[in-house]
Write a protein that binds this ligand. Structure first.
Ligand code: FAD
Length: 337
């Protein structure tokens, strides 16, 4: 049976540490709990949102509705050969604990995604990625419950419309479905991906290159760059890295010869949003209780008692400055509620 709490404080349920409340918070331990709750929520007297680990949301006010928190646990082997294994994982499992479990078992594919906060059920939504790997590379299917019909639907990888920090769950299906299980295919003879950023260089500090040393190296790099949410409230990268035409990038290079850019295809390039924000002079800046991290300009932080509105105000100021300076519109990666 699901459990409902009224006037529930969200401070410990969002990594920005915003002091907001929700009218109702609903804990669901199983698919049945979710269906039972949806059954009584049918008349939709109040709005409904889903919350996993709260590491990609920003509350700008109290939520006058139901927040459903899927806590479905469990890692079940679907099939196994000498080369690979497929596991079906409950939406409520912690992402990084799952990565640790895979590494301990010698299953490769997610080690580069170590230390990303959040839950399993959220990992496909923005196709989490880091150090040259995206979760779409290992997902075989995503199971959901449709909110209106309470039907179970299983989406195969190719039906998920995965893209850069993007999927069908973030677009067409946003707010319509609750992800309950994700199935991953992992390799027992892993192929390492080490050519991103300074991962290769960091690995020189370890005796051997294996799943465990890659995980440790990724954790060490991330800890040196990103603030820990338990210490400084944040939601990781606040903006997406903008993708612009090559023609526009060439024009920008005339004024900013050092502008970094990464080829997406023959016509498009990706520009690091952190570089743009730093160039616009925002790195380490503070506005009220909101700020821009002094080591990583892409991360907006709660300096203590920031409200969600203060963070959004800072974000809008940054967006405006980037338009004026570079004629580029930065898109928010974080879900502003
Ligand atoms: C310090 C830090 C570093 C980060 N680094 C990275 C990184 O390297 N790469 C990266 O890709 N991301 C990164 N992130 C962002 C974040 O960790 C991911 O987006 C993560 O997948 C969010 O998971 P969550 O469970 O916390 O999602 P939440 O914040 O709880 O939810 C995010 C969105 O998904 C919806 N949702 C949640 N669960 C479900 C469900 N079961 N069914 C349907 N909808 C649901 C919510 O309604 C909301 O719209 C970072 C965040 C932080 C704080």
């Amino acid at each position: 049976m699901f459990e409902i709490k009224e006037n529930f404080a969200l401070k410990n349920h969002n990594t920005f540490g915003i002091n907001a409340k929700t009218k109702y918070f609903v804990f669901c331990n199983s698919e049945n709990d979710i269906k039972e709750f949806l059954n009584i929520h049918k008349n939709k007297d109040l709005p409904l949102m889903i919350l996993g680990g709260g590491s990609n949301v920003l509350f700008t006010r109290d939520y006058e509705g139901y927040i459903l928190h899927p806590k479905i646990k469990g890692i079940e082997t679907i099939y196994e050969t000498k080369d690979e294994i497929e596991v079906r994982v409950g939406a409520g499992e912690d992402w990084d604990e799952f990565v640790g479990f895979c590494v301990e078992n010698g299953w490769g594919g997610v080690e580069n995604l170590s230390l990303i906060p959040g839950n399993i059920g959220t990992s496909p939504i923005q196709n989490i990625g880091a150090y040259g790997v995206e979760v779409k590379d290992v997902i075989t299917n995503v199971e959901v419950i449709e909110i209106d019909s309470q039907k179970r639907i299983c989406y195969k990888n190719e039906e998920c419309e995965f893209g850069y920090r993007d999927s069908i769950f973030k677009r067409k299906l946003k707010g319509k479905q609750i992800i309950t299980y994700v199935t991953f295919r992992l390799k027992k003879q892993p192929i390492f991906k080490l050519d991103y950023g300074n991962l290769n260089e960091k690995l020189m500090e370890y005796n051997e290159v294996n799943l465990n040393s890659i995980r440790q190296a990724v954790i060490a790099i991330r800890e040196s760059k990103l603030p820990k949410p338990e210490e400084i409230g944040n939601a990781g990268s606040f903006f997406k890295n903008p993708v612009i035409t090559k023609h526009k990038a060439d024009q920008l290079k005339e004024r900013w010869p050092e502008i970094p850019n990464y080829k997406v295809n023959n016509n498009l390039v990706k520009i690091p949003a952190g570089w743009l924000i730093e160039k616009a002079g925002f790195k380490g800046k503070q506005m009220g209780n909101a700020g821009v991290h002094d080591k990583q300009a892409l991360v907006l932080i709660n300096q203590g008692n920031a409200t969600g509105e203060e963070i959004v105000h800072l974000a809008r100021n940054i967006q405006q400055a980037i338009i004026i300076l570079f004629d580029i519109k930065l898109e928010m990666e974080v879900n502003v509620i």
